[in-house]
Design a protein around this ligand. Structure first.
Ligand SMILES: *[C@@H]1O[C@H](CO)[C@@H](O)[C@H](O)[C@H]1NC(C)=O
Ligand SMILES: *[C@@H]1O[C@H](CO)[C@@H](O)[C@H](O)[C@H]1NC(C)=O
Ligand SMILES: *[C@@H]1O[C@H](CO)[C@@H](O)[C@H](O)[C@H]1NC(C)=O
Length: 236
């Protein structure tokens, strides 16, 4: 609340002469006045709609947060961390190896990370990927968007995925639900391999960042019905 006496006092001072004592003496009083006004306001009946809208807002925020992170199809798989190989995280069921973008296997110097996906997959024992790139795709997946959800029958494919919180799903009939999934963090770099005849999907579950990916295929695939099955999983 404005205090006329205090205002005229501060106006009569040179602007830089004594600003700190002025704020020190004013702040506690202003805070106390504000707190008092809030107390008085909350006791009045017309505070009820105000409180109700705050309650609704908080409910909405908590529901949104809960929904975004509790989708059971995006459960994290169990990982095995190999410390001797620079602390990478590997999921053999989903054929994925992922690194912190600052870890030594991917960041060899302070300029940032740089990898050879084919040799990194081979060195990490990620089987079934491409050993040479006959066809290469580089792309972006916007927040809440998906690529893949298809099964190539005429090529093996190796992926590099980075930039946003992303789910990589790989068909795997050795597990009960028929697929394995790995969640890749926004500050991680992942290499994944999808052998010929295996379905895969890349889902950006980040709300703000874009996923970036590179796909290296060892054969030139015709994206037609006989060479690729589309929309493999209906829940994506
Ligand atoms: C490579 O792709 C061609 C068609 O683009 C197909 O005829 C051939 O069988 C594929 N090779 C393998 C090993 O799948
Ligand atoms: C895919 O990899 C397998 C071995 O893992 C190989 O036999 C096959 O020829 C590869 N496919 C293509 C299209 O090169
Ligand atoms: C579909 O792809 C196969 C091999 O990938 C190719 O032999 C065939 O000609 C293609 N068909 C069409 C209609 O493009």
């Amino acid at each position: 609340m404005a205090n006329p006496r205090r205002t005229s006092y501060s106006l009569n001072q040179l602007p830089i002469s004594d600003p700190i004592p002025q704020f020190q003496s004013q702040t506690p009083q202003t805070a106390a006045t504000l707190l008092n006004s809030i107390k008085i306001f909350l006791k009045k009946p017309h505070a009820f709609p105000f409180l109700l809208s705050i309650f609704l807002l908080l409910t909405w925020v908590s529901l949104r947060f809960h929904r975004g992170y509790s989708n059971p199809s995006f459960r994290q798989s169990s990982y095995t961390v190999s410390e001797k190989d620079g602390g990478y995280v590997k999921d053999s069921n989903a054929n994925v190896v992922k690194f912190s973008s600052f870890s030594s296997p991917v960041m060899k110097d302070k300029r940032g990370w740089l990898i050879n996906p084919v040799s990194l997959a081979l060195d990490s024992d990620i089987p079934g990927g491409a050993v040479s790139c006959a066809s290469v795709h580089v792309g972006e997946i916007l927040p809440r968007s998906m690529r893949g959800n298809h099964r190539h029958h005429t090529c093996n494919e190796t992926f590099v995925i980075w930039g946003a919180k992303t789910v990589f799903r790989l068909e795997n009939n050795a597990v009960a639900r028929g697929y394995s999934e790995v969640t890749i963090g926004a500050d991680e770099v992942a290499v994944a391999a999808s052998p010929s005849g295996t379905a895969h999907a890349l889902v950006n579950i980040d709300s703000v960042r874009s996923t970036f990916f590179l796909g290296c295929q060892d054969n030139v695939t015709n994206y037609n019905v006989s060479a690729t099955d589309f929309n493999v999983w209906k829940d994506l």
